[in-house]
Write a protein that binds this ligand. Structure first.
Ligand SMILES: [Mg+2]
Length: 166
């Protein structure tokens, strides 16, 4: 339930050619620390360029975030994609709304996000494939440290090799 299907250090490391070849036509992407780093308002040109290429290729993109409307809408507008805010991930409702917006079908849609307990678990609860990324900016609230440690153990299994201790 908590095992991502694939892993990439950063969203821009994900090959759009491969996603397309694998039959994916819709992308559900987390905002906070996947598209945009903590306290950054806009995606970097690198991320914007990756989204542009995805759209040019005919992939459909929706941002699904647990964050409040204003910021999610601002980034989505900037990237010219649709969005679901206050998605309450990992509950399946937000991803359900995203699938309705995309109209690409569950099997042709993949989730991209940086968190196990929202993005990976939420995707799995909705029967979606998911690619885990590293968070753009590591911010370690005390409570998050515990979550990260568990994520780390799972990630180590997924990568099949030792990664540095957090
Ligand atoms: Mg995130």
């Amino acid at each position: 339930m908590l095992m991502p299907d694939s892993y990439a250090p950063h969203i821009s490391d994900i090959s759009l050619d491969e996603l397309h070849a694998q039959g994916f036509r819709g992308l559900i992407i987390d905002l906070d620390n996947t598209l945009v780093g903590y306290r950054q308002e806009k995606p970097t040109p690198e991320v914007s360029g990756w989204i542009d290429q995805a759209l040019q290729r005919g992939l459909r993109v929706v941002i699904v975030s647990n964050n409040v409307r204003a910021w999610v809408e601002e980034v989505a507008t900037h990237l010219k994609v649709s969005f679901v805010h206050k998605a309450a991930k990992p509950l399946p409702v937000g991803f359900g709304k995203a699938l309705e917006l995309l109209q690409t079908g569950r099997k042709h849609t993949i989730v991209i996000g940086d968190q196990f307990f929202t993005d990976v678990l939420g995707a799995k609860l909705r029967g979606l494939k998911v690619i885990l990324t590293d968070p753009i900016v590591q911010r370690e609230h005390v409570a998050m440290r515990f979550v990260r440690r568990i994520e780390h153990v799972i990630l180590r299994k997924r990568k099949g090799k030792r990664v540095e201790k957090v």
